[in-house]
Design a protein around this ligand. Sequence first.
Ligand code: NAI
Length: 697
Amino acid sequence: MSANYETRGDVAVITLDNPPVNGLGLATRRGIVAGLESAQADPAIKAIVLTGAGKAFSGGADIREFGKPEALAEPNLLSVIAVVEGSAKPVVAAIHSVAMGGGLELALGCHYRVTAPGAQVAMPEVKIGLVPGAGGTQRLPRVLGVENALNLIVSGEPVKSELLAQLPGQQLFQKVIDGDLLEGALTYARSIADARPLPRVRDLKVTHPNADAYFQFARNTVKAVARHYPAPPRCVDCVEQSLKLKFDDGMRYERDAFVSLMLTPECKALRHAFFAERAASKIPDVPADTPLRPIRKLAVIGAGTMGGGISMNFLNAGLPVVILETKQEALDRGVATIRKNYEAQVKKGKLKDDKYQQRMALLSTTLRYDDLKDADMVIEAVFEDMDVKEKVFRTLDEVMKPGAILATNTSTLDVDRIAAFTKRPQDVIGTHFFSPANVMKLLEVVRGKATAKDVLATVMDLGKKIRKTCVVSGVCDGFIGNRMIEQYSRQAGFLLEEGCTPEQVDKAIERFGFAMGPFRMGDLAGNDVGWYIRKRRYVEKPDLRYSKTADLLCEMGRFGQKTGAGWYDYHAGKRDAIPSPVVVKMIEDHRKSLGITPRRISDDEIVHRLVYSLVNEGAKIVEEGIALRASDIDMVYLTGYGFPVWRGGPMCYADTVGLFNVVQAMKRFAANPHDDAGFWQPAPLLARLAAEGKTFS
Ligand code: NAI
């Protein structure tokens, strides 16, 4: 039973006990009902307190039950709430720490609610593409008023209980209890034990002085922000019906909205992303209880673009960092950039000045390796050059204390080779941050052949502490994300050769939902970066076909925003991408030189060629074991490459389209004489799943 029952004199106490957050799984739901029945049957009991053990009142549905029959088994949450509300003896919810989603709905079914200050109160269903499904949209407006309730429901964001308790006219909380919550709740329960009739939230009236105008305004505002998401406007509809319909009809309306949203691709994608994020932290052969190495101090080698951003992550988390460079000027420049970043945050009011000073006080700089001796972990972010990395790692091997973790931020080099420069390859790992490293959520954690399990576990844990989404990648060229983006870029190049302009390609994929198309992205990151990589890499693969347009662009000195010109033109100081006639002419000339007659290419074809090139490479990455699971690839693309969240990532999107259809489209692309037939050879895993009618998930 994951709810406990005890009596305290004339009050019964039911305590939800389903760690970590008292999710309302079947056993817990049964426990609540059993507790209520015991209390009804005991003539000595006059009132009931419902509370939660440990870290929460209740975090809502038990996510371990999602998609399983237990989730729907009786008593389901609606039935439990009906039992609570129908209790002949008053039920007082004693809320602390967390009351979210179903947990809050359960509390709203109680006759009274008391709270400890500081409890996080939220209806987060909208974040996974749903409306609350157990009366939240009907009961919350009754206790908080339409506007406050809608704000909570449509944002999904938590609000502190004591702030809600201060709202004029609110009936969510009857009392804020400062001292011992349970003692306070018992006293409160005794004070109302004899009061009749028992107050039920469902009996309260919802009113608004200007309902029609308000809901029209709310709907317009929400639609403008929600754009690709169907759930937020449905939240508005449901709350509106709490005012217009009788309670039971409103409940039915909410249920219909919940069920129909559940079937939308957006909801499926958001739920997929929610579970994919949790799955990514699990590594099958590294148990969750693997002992971690303590990380109390970090060292970073290189104070350039990445070194500075990487350091900020740890300063933000309160960990001291020492940065090493070869020259004082480079250190000064790096520290000045960190300061500038923090000062911008202070200016915008996002960071308090004293916090900024605290963070800077944790930062030190050095030119001597000797000063790294006491660091528990070092992250190398020097030039992307194997010879430079070799020198750095040989030196680190000499100076770092035994057991220190040696990480490299390399984006393209072989982590196993780097590890082999040391006598302790088990301590070497890749930490591939994305730029700007202090902003981007994604961290690819690159597991080398020799990387020790506790090193991997420690880095995953550290990644969580600095609030990154960590995804494990094996060693290969480009790891997960960049290896896939290479195929996407090749396809984008072929599209230019066949008749597209950079603008047409960018617009099509941006309409699909990418934050930025490949050409605007190239201009932002610097087209020269890819140019150098191609020069090195394509020498090793002379047979690999790719479009030379990007090389021609770089030969024109058009490296992107930093040179004021790339695939697009830029006005000084502005980031607006202006289509460039010079570039269009360059592409046309190149096309002519290849003897290609341009054709009109539809947006659909553009999108599918780009996205399926990711999917096909992704399938290879899963099959080779470079990624642990397809959903890890989705996490990489959602958090590092601006893939539209409501589509769930490339692999989830392919599942939604149907792998059979994906393979059919690839066969059509392969028949195109200007594309590369080899490119569209379906990866064995993809071909197999498509043939068997299966999905990646
Ligand atoms: P950067 O050129 O901005 O910075 C490199 C810094 O390392 C410079 O300040 C340089 O003075 C310093 N340095 C060079 N040799 C050194 C040595 N022997 N000892 C100490 N310091 C030395 O380069 P960036 O962009 O920061 O890249 C660093 C690493 O991060 C590279 O491996 C790169 O591939 C990787 N990376 C870069 C990303 C980006 O978007 N820029 C993204 C992900 C990884």
